[in-house]
Design a protein around this ligand. Structure first.
Ligand SMILES: Cc1ncc(COP(=O)(O)O)c(C=O)c1O
Length: 388
């Protein structure tokens, strides 16, 4: 990528790896062929590396939300009690989805930008039995990372007290592949990721897995389901196929991305995301800006805009004048933040280009900046070299 090409630095979709771009332009092959069967088998095997599970992982042709729906409809029945952590837009949506399926949903509202308080959660869960607990790992609308391991420990304590252990359902759409979410070790019962995030692919595939305990509910769950009935996929995968037409192009590209992850080591990839998040901390600190999220996810940073500066205009100018796409805030955070993604194929020169662009745009919008642009870029270049 040349210096001033387009940079997609949103919290998904993300810049594609050059090899993914090449693979996506290859001629189509049919999915019921030995050639594709081999790719599918390799992919379904390698994907376990990211989920860190012994259980099967499924690839569905749907956006991430379809995977969230699949977690609910395959394990739950109308009228069951579920607790949904709502700390932003995506929590709101999951609660709404669960209500649509007739679940008895209680929302635990967490102010935007804040992290779940584990003591409050434990108290809430002790009050009555919930069949499932739904939460985002990273709430993309605020950039917050929730303590999934801590939540799982809270659930283990309920079990010790002889209380029912709710199924732990995690929307890991902006977390899976970008940071550790070891499904088996943390006793996660349902986990979903999205292709357009840390997997560096276009939108259109959800990736999900169920614990043994969740799988036991496939036969008894009474929410109606057809396309997302995972039992069909389970049988088809066991026979080396997908039930519906396979998403050939994305699965081929995913196979490549997973090989890269396996060769580099998944931890190396986590570190690369973290390094870009740390770079953004450095940029914020040099410019006198703050994070909106109390506890930040390594997959994105929500940068709070200074008083009087409209984040929507900053976002638009970055795109129009500098060919960089970041996202603005949604709903109550609209205009107050810009959200910068750290996932995908982002090179160091793009980080510097973004920093320069942000400097110029903030200056144009009247922010008094604490240092010269040249000094900022010098310091950041130095930081990048030292952090390799
Ligand atoms: C945390 C989270 N959950 C759910 C979604 C919805 O995913 P999709 O748009 O792929 O359906 C997103 C999308 O950005 C997300 O970030």
């Amino acid at each position: 990528m040349k210096k001033y090409d387009y940079s997609l630095m949103a919290p998904g979709p993300v810049n594609l790896h050059p090899e993914v771009r090449r693979l996506l332009s290859e001629p189509m092959i049919h999915h019921r062929t030995p050639e594709f069967d081999k790719i599918l088998a390799e992919t379904l095997n390698k994907i376990k590396l990211v989920f860190k599970t012994q259980e099967p992982v499924y690839l569905l042709t749907s956006t991430g939300s379809g995977g969230m729906e699949a977690l609910l409809v395959n394990t739950l029945s109308p009228g069951e009690n579920v607790l949904c952590l709502v700390s932003g837009k995506f929590g709101e949506r999951w609660a709404q989805m669960a209500k649509t399926f007739g679940l008895n949903v209680e929302e635990m509202i967490i102010p935007w930008g804040e992290v779940v308080d584990l003591d409050i959660l434990e108290k809430k869960l002790s009050e009555k039995n919930y069949t499932a607990l739904l939460t985002q790992a990273c709430e993309t609308s605020t950039g917050v990372l929730h303590p999934i391991e801590g939540i799982s420990k809270v659930l283990s304590r309920l079990e010790v007290k002889n209380q029912y252990r709710p199924l732990l359902m995690i929307d890991g759409i902006t977390a899976l592949g970008a940071l550790p979410l070891p499904m088996d070790a943390w006793q996660i019962d349902g986990l979903v990721g999205g292709s357009q995030k840390a997997f560096m692919l276009p939108t259109g595939m959800s990736l999900l897995s169920f614990s043994k305990r969740a799988q036991e509910r496939f036969e008894t769950a009474r929410i109606p389901r057809f396309y997302f009935d995972i039992r069909k996929e389970q049988k088809a995968n066991a026979a080396g196929e997908t039930y519906f037409s396979s998403n050939v192009a994305l699965i081929k590209a995913l196979n490549f991305v997973l090989s890269e992850m396996a060769t580099k080591g998944i931890e190396v990839l986590f570190n690369e995301n973290q390094r870009r998040a740390d770079f953004t901390s450095e940029l914020m600190s040099l410019l006198g800006l703050k994070s909106f999220a109390k506890i930040r996810s390594p997959s994105l940073t929500a940068i709070q805009m200074p008083e009087g500066i409209d984040g929507q205009k900053v976002r638009a100018d970055l795109e129009k004048k500098f060919n960089i796409t970041v996202m603005g805030g949604q709903d109550q955070a609209k205009g107050k933040i810009i959200r910068v993604g750290h996932m995908g194929y982002i090179q160091d020169h793009e980080l510097l280009h973004f920093s320069e662009a942000l400097y110029e745009v903030l200056q144009t919008h009247g922010m008094k900046l604490p240092l010269e642009k040249k000094e900022l870029l010098g310091k950041l270049s130095h930081w990048l070299k030292n952090s390799l």
